[in-house]
Design a protein around this ligand. Structure first.
Ligand code: GAR
Length: 210
């Protein structure tokens, strides 16, 4: 049985679209049941509809948004929730209700550069390697057991835009891969460390310092 997934978005939804595309592949262990946004004009809602996915705007403040989102997620039989560019902090109650079934993607190698404008933070810090992280969500922003990370080089002439493009391409790879692992039950949480079954060596993780 494929796991039913709900996705929460705030904006353009390119990670959401990557998850929908992955879920359309034969053998993928999850299906996207619903996309929800707190913004009626989030471009990702239209993208989802064009991909044949139910997309709902709940234009309400917290906590009303969360209560309604929770109701819809349960009504659609959702078992895993993915935050995909969802820029609101969820309450502890919501996060605990979805504990170890709530994923987020963030455009940095967490725990470095949590919060807004992670790519700009990385450039300002002068790091030579940046990247992205998929993690299970805990109540504090951008924290929780890490399922996957991908690294990219920071090039000398990078702007926030060029670095963001390099990073988001990798987000679109690791988010569907991490969701598949969780949906297959291949993630074990030990303390606050996530262990994945049968991890192969991946040389792409090694990034030369430019
Ligand atoms: C992505 O880069 C995602 O990692 C980031 O917002 C962007 C959304 O793009 N999320 C965060 O910063 C969460 N702290 P998308 O709407 O095209 O997926």
């Amino acid at each position: 049985m494929r796991k039913r997934v709900g996705i929460l978005i705030s904006g353009r939804g390119s990670n959401m679209a990557a998850l929908v595309r992955a879920a359309a592949q034969p053998g993928y262990p999850a299906e996207i049941a619903i996309v929800i946004s707190h913004k009626a004009d989030a471009p990702g809602l239209q993208v989802a509809r064009e991909m044949g996915i139910e997309a709902v705007a709940i234009a309400a403040r917290m906590p009303e948004f969360e209560v309604e989102a929770d109701r819809l997620l349960h009504e659609r039989g959702v078992e895993i929730v993915c935050l995909a560019g969802f820029m609101r902090l969820l309450s502890t109650g919501f996060v605990e209700r979805w504990r170890d079934r709530l994923l987020n993607v963030h455009p940095s190698l967490l725990p470095a550069f949590p919060g807004l404008d992670a790519q700009a933070q990385a450039l300002a810090a002068g790091v030579k390697i940046a990247g992205c992280t998929v993690h299970l969500v805990r109540p504090e922003m951008d924290t929780g057991p890490i399922l996957m990370q991908a690294a990219v080089p920071v090039l000398p002439d990078d702007s926030v835009d060029t670095l963001s493009i390099r990073i988001i391409r990798r987000e679109h790879e690791i988010y569907p891969a991490a969701l598949a692992r969780l949906a297959r039950g291949e993630v074990r949480i030990d303390g606050e460390i996530a262990h994945l079954a049968d991890v192969a060596r991946d040389d792409r993780m090694i990034v030369p310092n430019p």
